[in-house]
Design a binder for this molecule. Structure first.
Ligand SMILES: [Cu+2]
Length: 214
C-alpha cells in the first residue's frame, strides 16, 4: 500500500516537473490550453465531481476542546476547522479528449468553478437534473434555497443540491488548477490560501488538479 502511494507521489511529481503548471506555461489569452468547444470526433470522458466538506473541532487526548493553530492563525477552543473539497480532486485525461464535468454541490451553501489560465468555468454553465436535462443556467439570481439568506448569487455560482455541467477539449498538456473562488484566496504570486489577506477564513483552499497528458 505504501509503495503504491509512493509511486503515485513520484508519478505526480514527475508529471508536474515535466509539464509544469498551467500558470507556469502561461497560455496566451484567446489561445487557451482548454477550449469550450469539442471537435466532433474527440474521445468523450465523463467525470462526476462532488463538493464535500471536511470539518473537525480539535480536541486533546481527553476529548476536551482546545485552542489550536491553523496554518499560522490562532484559533480559540471550540472553533470549527473546516475545508471544502472536490472529490475526486485529481483528474487525468489525454490531449484531445473532450471532458464532460458534472459538479454536484453536496456541502456548502454555494460555490463556483474556474479553471485557471483558461476561459473554462461555471459562469453561465448549465444546471442539470439527475437525468441530465438542462433546468437553467448558473447566472446571477436569487438563491433558490430560501434558508440560505438574502444574498444574491453571482454568475457561475451554484448552490447546495444543484448540479452544474460544462465541458472542454484538452488542447495543451499540463496541470490546470480548478478553483472555487468563493472558498479560495489567491495570493499575489498565485499561491492558494485558506485565509484572505485580512486573515478571514475562507474554508479553503478549494482546488482540484486536471492533468492533460500528451
Ligand atoms: Cu467553494
Amino acid at each position: 500500500m505504501f509503495k503504491q502511494k509512493l509511486l503515485f507521489v513520484v508519478l505526480g511529481a514527475a508529471i508536474a516537473a515535466t509539464y509544469g503548471t498551467a500558470a507556469a506555461q502561461s497560455p496566451a489569452k484567446g489561445k487557451a490550453g482548454l477550449s469550450p468547444a469539442c471537435s466532433a470526433n474527440a474521445p468523450v470522458r465523463d467525470y462526476l465531481v462532488t463538493v464535500g466538506e471536511w470539518d473537525t473541532v480539535p480536541k486533546d487526548r481527553e476529548g476536551k476542546a482546545v485552542a489550536y493553530n491553523d496554518r499560522g492563525f490562532a484559533r480559540a477552543a471550540n472553533s470549527k476547522l473546516e475545508r471544502y473539497n472536490f472529490d475526486p480532486s485529481v483528474i487525468i485525461v489525454k490531449r484531445g479528449d473532450c471532458v464532460n464535468l458534472r459538479i454536484h454541490d453536496l456541502k456548502g451553501s454555494h460555490h463556483n468553478v474556474t479553471i485557471e489560465g483558461t476561459e473554462i468555468g461555471t459562469e453561465g454553465a448549465a444546471l442539470i437534473d439527475d437525468a441530465g436535462k438542462v433546468l437553467s443556467k448558473a447566472v446571477a439570481r436569487a438563491n433558490p434555497n430560501a434558508f440560505e439568506g438574502p444574498e444574491k448569487l453571482k454568475a457561475g455560482e451554484f448552490v447546495r443540491g444543484e448540479q452544474v455541467a460544462f465541458k472542454f477539449q484538452a488542447n495543451q498538456p499540463g496541470t490546470y488548477r480548478m478553483i472555487c473562488e468563493v472558498h479560495t484566496f489567491v495570493g499575489p504570486k498565485g499561491e492558494l490560501r485558506g485565509y484572505d489577506d485580512k486573515g478571514k477564513p475562507v474554508q479553503g483552499p478549494m482546488v482540484a488538479y486536471i492533468t492533460v497528458l500528451p
